[in-house]
Design a binder for this molecule. Structure first.
Ligand code: HEC
Ligand code: HEC
Length: 207
């Protein structure tokens, strides 16, 4: 009898110990190189990692080429000015004689190298990201004065579902037939990261 009680006691200790070590790992973040980071800014460690992943995408040229400062879209891996003298125009769809949709169709044209997705047009000037730091971009997408009055939920929806955003993972080939580079984080991981970051209260680090 005493033996079985001791046995149960030992099992309970073991479970307790496991639970404790679990709780401990949940409050710290271990890097791939085994270094344990202590998060000091009060946001859950997962949120910091999620922010890093999300912003690695938003600062990529597949996004920034279409969120430029000024009136000209950018093209390619070196983000050169769009050729043919393409300009923003009054409604972000190009000048009347040279509308984006004249060339850009609903999907990529991999014969001519013209990328395509529904509603292809330039992000409005107040959504310009070119030259901004990742923290400035994050503040901008949460600022109702700049983001078309979107709530956090609506911003998450745009970031995870909008076709111009998702195009970045199917960017097609350029006019020379060379595949365009995709953002550095796989699509599913990015979507997951955006949701995790938002669920943690959308914390923006100092830098
Ligand atoms: C072909 C051009 C184009 C590309 C490429 C593009 N965007 Fe946009 N983006 C737009 C346009 C146009 C709007 C404005 C649409 C609106 O507000 O409904 C916009 C708006 C947004 C917004 C709304 C809120 C804000 O303040 O910025 C977010 C977020 C966004 N884009 C994220 C992205 C991300 C992330 C990528 C890359 C993975 C990307 N976009 C690539 C054209 C583009
Ligand atoms: C005369 C045809 C034409 C018009 C009009 C046009 N484009 Fe393009 N666009 C192209 C071609 C061709 C490419 C591909 C060039 C390449 O990558 O080699 C391209 C590429 C782009 C890219 C580069 C994507 C990337 O990340 O490399 C963006 C962004 C873009 N266009 C935005 C626009 C916007 C916004 C408009 C309207 C304001 C517009 N374009 C009008 C033909 C056009």
């Amino acid at each position: 009898m005493l033996k079985t009680n001791l046995f149960h006691f030992a099992i309970l200790l073991l479970i307790g110990g496991l639970a404790l070590s679990f709780a401990y790992t949940a409050s710290s973040d271990t890097d791939a190189d085994g270094v344990t980071e202590v998060v000091t800014n009060g946001s859950p460690p997962g949120a910091t990692e999620a922010f890093d992943k999300m912003m690695a995408v938003l600062t990529h040229k597949r996004c920034v080429n279409c969120h430029p400062s000024g009136d000209r879209p950018r093209q390619g891996e070196d983000s050169h000015y769009h050729n043919f003298g393409v300009r923003r125009g009054a409604d972000n769809h190009g000048l009347p004689a040279l509308q984006c949709e004249t060339c850009h169709q609903q999907e990529n044209n991999n014969f001519s190298g013209v990328p395509g997705a529904p509603e292809w047009s330039l992000a409005p000037l107040r959504m310009q990201w070119e030259g901004l730091s990742r923290v400035e971009i994050a503040r901008s997408i949460l600022d109702p004065a700049k983001n078309n009055g979107r709530s956090l939920e609506e911003t998450v929806q745009h970031l995870t579902e909008h076709e111009l955003v998702l195009w970045a993972w199917e960017p097609g080939v350029d006019a020379n037939g060379t595949p365009r580079e995709k953002p550095p984080v796989p699509k599913d991981e990015y979507i997951q990261a955006v949701k995790e970051w938002a669920a943690a209260g959308a914390p923006i680090p100092e830098k």
